[in-house]
Design a protein around this ligand. Structure first.
Ligand SMILES: NC(=O)c1ccc[n+]([C@@H]2O[C@H](COP(=O)([O-])OP(=O)(O)OC[C@H]3O[C@@H](n4cnc5c(N)ncnc54)[C@H](OP(=O)(O)O)[C@@H]3O)[C@@H](O)[C@H]2O)c1
Length: 242
């Protein structure tokens, strides 16, 4: 699909992977809605980067775990751009505790609320304004397939996103809406504590963690291709060879 002139919402677009995806989209001529929840200054910097590339951008403050907030965000975007051709479900949080016995009910609900329920809520709202042939990419994680260091709630949220991807791909194929996921290994963003980054770089065959731009590159590949749907693309420096 030619991306130029399309309109995209990137959840969690203010930092890290979302920021890199927003900029990569702008480089290909896509107008971008940059969702964030707290870091307004960071989101406004991304907006400037997007506009520098000659497309239109828009800051969208909303908590993806809150249905009302999501509804308002999508309405705001559609009032300006008319439709949503591309949705990137990227907003996510990292746990405070990693061991099952330390995880409270509140931490479970908070994390699943943003990482999994959030993707569902935004998708449900966006689908009202997505034309046939639209594209959705969910940012899952290697944790959704292998468990990993971040604990059962994080792994379950990311495995849930993979299930959501398959179910949506099947449901929406009749509208030619492709739904895919990427499952990155560790990425150099603020999300992961530095000591965990170093540990994970050491166990990665390629010897380092990914850059956000490398994940964005994979997202763009999935958006440009019209015959991939219901797929989860691993991008993890060779971790499965361990
Ligand atoms: N970093 C990794 O190693 C890695 C690996 C695999 C998968 N992932 C996944 O990739 C995605 C992005 O991760 P990242 O590393 O780029 O994280 P990050 O740098 O911590 O950025 C997180 C983004 O999510 C937004 N966000 C958090 N809670 C939100 C909420 N309730 N509503 C709306 N937006 C919210 C943040 O907005 P504010 O700026 O306003 O706080 C920020 O834009 C996440 O889903 C993560 O699980 C990350």
């Amino acid at each position: 699909m030619e991306l130029r002139g399309l309109n995209a919402i990137v959840t969690g677009g203010s930092r890290g992977i979302g920021r890199a995806v927003a900029i990569a989209l702008a480089e290909r001529g896509v107008n971008v809605g940059i969702n964030f929840v707290r870091r307004e200054k960071e989101a406004s910097r991304v907006l400037k980067e997007v506009e520098k590339r000659g497309v239109r951008g828009m800051m969208l403050k909303a908590d993806v775990s809150d249905a009302r907030s999501v509804k308002m965000m999508v309405r705001q975007f559609v009032e300006r751009f008319g439709r949503v051709d591309i949705l990137i479900n990227n907003a996510g949080v990292f746990p405070k505790n990693y061991r099952t016995v330390d995880i409270t009910d509140d931490e479970w609900d908070w994390l699943l609320g943003i990482n999994l329920r959030g993707a569902f809520l935004v998708t449900r709202e966006v689908l009202r304004y997505m034309p046939d042939g639209g594209k959705i990419v969910n940012i899952s994680s290697i944790a959704g397939k292998m468990g990993g260091v971040a604990g059962p709630h994080y792994a379950a949220s990311k495995a849930g996103l993979i299930g959501l991807t398959f179910a949506l791909a099947s449901e929406l194929a009749g509208r030619r809406i492709a739904v895919n996921a990427v499952a990155p290994g560790p990425v150099d963003t603020e999300m992961i504590p530095d000591e965990i980054k170093e540990r994970l770089a050491r166990i990665t065959p390629l010897g380092r963690i990914a850059t956000p731009e490398e994940i964005a590159h994979t997202v763009i590949f999935l958006l440009e291709n019209d015959y991939i749907t219901g797929e989860v693309v691993d991008i993890n420096g060779g971790r499965y060879m361990d």
